[in-house]
Ligand binder design. Structure first.
Ligand code: HEC
Length: 139
């Protein structure tokens, strides 16, 4: 193979790699975005429970980086999903918003004229949040 051909191939390979890296960086982190937009006010942007809204709550929003630690070192996936969705702890009196309902309303606003599955929209958002929280756990 001539040097020029080899150089061309190498350049092509490098371009392809650069494109893949650029695309990977562009993919939005849905869980992080949802967390920052909806949860950080109370639970804090680092999820340690020091959100600015805490002064207005009856109970402080808990530290969400210790969910696994407080559960014997295992991140409680199903339980966390249920708490966020609102099916878990008590109804009505809690300070924590019912995100299952909130996301259902948002699904209706998001898909105005097209048929959609609200359950899939809600579970998708909550799963993304659960995944984001699982990445923030302290040892
Ligand atoms: C208005 C303030 C507020 C917002 C916004 C909020 N939370 Fe909470 N959250 C709380 C409070 C207060 C609790 C403590 C339990 C309760 O009062 O229901 C809590 C409890 C939790 C728990 C249970 C923690 C534990 O230690 O068992 C999880 C998980 C959680 N929130 C996740 C989220 C996620 C994810 C979001 C964003 C989609 C969010 N919260 C948004 C106030 C809030």
């Amino acid at each position: 193979m001539k040097i020029q051909q080899a150089a061309k191939l190498l350049l092509l390979g490098l371009t392809a790699t650069a494109c893949t890296v650029a695309l990977a960086q562009k993919r939005p982190d849905l869980g992080k975005r949802e967390y920052e937009n909806n949860c950080a006010v109370c639970h804090g942007s680092d999820a340690k429970g020091k959100g600015v809204y805490n002064n207005f709550l009856k109970t402080d929003a808990p530290d969400l980086t210790t969910l696994a630690k407080r559960n014997g070192g295992v991140f409680p996936v199903a339980n966390t999903f249920e708490i966020i969705e609102g099916a878990g702890k008590g109804h009505g009196t809690r300070d924590m918003p019912i995100w299952g309902q909130e996301y259902k309303v948002r699904a209706g606003e998001y898909y105005v004229d097209v048929p959609y599955n609200p359950e899939a929209f809600v579970s998708g958002r909550i799963l993304a949040l659960v995944e984001h929280l699982s990445r923030l756990q302290v040892k």
